[in-house]
Ligand binder design. Structure first.
Ligand SMILES: Nc1nc2c(ncn2[C@@H]2O[C@H](COP(=O)(O)OP(=O)(O)O)[C@@H](O)[C@H]2O)c(=O)[nH]1
Ligand SMILES: [Mg+2]
Length: 355
């Protein structure tokens, strides 16, 4: 979702670790001891910049409002040999499936200019974060300098020497969420998602091994017009109450945020006592309750099982109820209307890309 500020799936951030605090020069002052020994303390270390994987987050939105991670500097040393406080670590939380790249640029402005230049730039991959709790330190903090009490020698009881803290480091990093597929199938069990994906795919859909998931999406490559292809994901697990994390609800919903467009598959025959209108309302609500932004993804309805009785009449009611929604009616099982799905898919993908 290029340019969409609320659903952020890639972003450039500036990171800077803290500078080390300086050691200080100081001498004890005590009654009756005119010149006490050196007691200048060491400076604290600068804070680190760390990225941590948190499965409770599923996008990079937080960075949109504040695209930087700046750690605290270490404090300078104090009297009585007291150590300056270490700078606090700056922690950025990202979802599993985030890839981090480092830009050769030092400033954000340079990074933007480089990316826009004719040759572009080669971003250097730093790490592919997959596991909850996994951490990576992007910038190591500067070291605190030593205070003058370290510099006392037999011949010099009043050292004026101390060390300065070393500088932290900085860099421009590019964070990107891995995609699962271009389009994601959303629908209740038995709506016909797996059947549809099998019929649409050039080859048998393959089970994707995404390390950041316990659900296993099936991914199919769907040939569209010309050389254009798109990937479609069938992710099991959507049930009512998914947004409250019932079943594998959150896991499912997190997955579909990794698709560009959503295809809602509905059993238009209303088999097993289902009601297609109610189904789509429930599905839309689940999505919206989970994440308002997800409900703004481009979407359309695939009305399946049109070979069954009742489906024709149901479809009429359905169209009246949702006049503005793009609806493609098919029978996955009988392989009817599959070209309409591909055309609609091509159109919606194009629209999404131009958005
Ligand atoms: N009559 C009919 N049955 C279908 C159609 N598409 C799928 N089915 C059947 O519906 C059941 C559920 O299909 P499946 O693809 O496994 O649904 P999923 O749970 O959404 O993946 C299976 O028995 C399919 O054979 C269709 O277009 N017409
Ligand atoms: Mg299935």
């Amino acid at each position: 979702m290029k340019g969409d500020k609320s659903f952020v799936d890639h972003i450039r951030i500036r990171c800077k670790s803290g500078d080390g605090g300086n050691g200080i020069v100081s001498f004890r002052r005590e009654k009756f001891v005119p010149r006490g020994g050196p007691d200048g303390g060491d400076g604290g270390d600068g804070g680190q910049v760390v990225i941590k994987v948190d499965e409770n987050t599923d996008n990079l939105r937080a960075f949109h409002y504040d695209p930087k991670l700046i750690a605290e500097n270490g404090a300078q040393g104090q009297t009585y040999k007291r150590h300056g406080k270490n700078g606090k670590t700056a922690i950025g939380r990202v979802p599993p499936g985030t890839v981090i790249y480092k830009s050769p640029a030092v400033t954000v402005t340079d990074a933007v200019a480089m990316e826009r230049s004719e040759d572009g730039i080669d971003l250097e991959p730093v790490i592919d974060l997959t596991e909850h709790g996994q951490e990576v330190t992007l910038c190591v903090g500067g070291k605190g300098g030593r205070g003058n009490f370290h510099f006392r020698t037999a011949t010099n009881q009043v050292p004026q020497e101390r060390e300065m803290g070393t500088d932290g480091s900085e860099g421009i990093y590019y964070l990107e969420l891995r995609r699962i597929a271009d389009a994601g199938l959303v629908g209740f069990p038995n709506a016909g998602k797996s059947t549809l994906l099998g019929k649409l795919s050039a080859k048998k859909p393959k089970v994707a091994s995404y390390p950041f998931t316990t659900l296993t999406p099936q991914i199919g490559v769907v040939p569209l017009g010309g050389h254009v292809r798109c990937t479609v994901a069938d992710i099991p697990g959507l049930i009512e109450g998914a947004h409250e994390n019932r079943g594998l609800g959150h896991e499912f919903l997190r997955h579909i945020t990794r698709c560009r467009v959503l295809l809602f598959v509905v059993d238009m025959a209303g088999s097993e006592g289902r009601d297609p209108i109610e189904d789509i309302q429930t599905l839309r609500t689940e999505i919206k309750m989970y994440d308002e932004e997800l409900s703004k993804f481009p979407w359309m309805v695939i009305a399946n099982k049109m070979d069954l009785e009742a489906s024709t009449e149901n479809l009429e009611f359905f169209k009246q109820r949702f006049p503005k929604v793009k609806i493609v009616s098919i029978s996955a099982d009988k392989e009817e209307g599959l070209d309409k799905v591909k055309d609609a898919l091509e159109e919606i993908m194009e629209k999404q890309e131009n958005a």
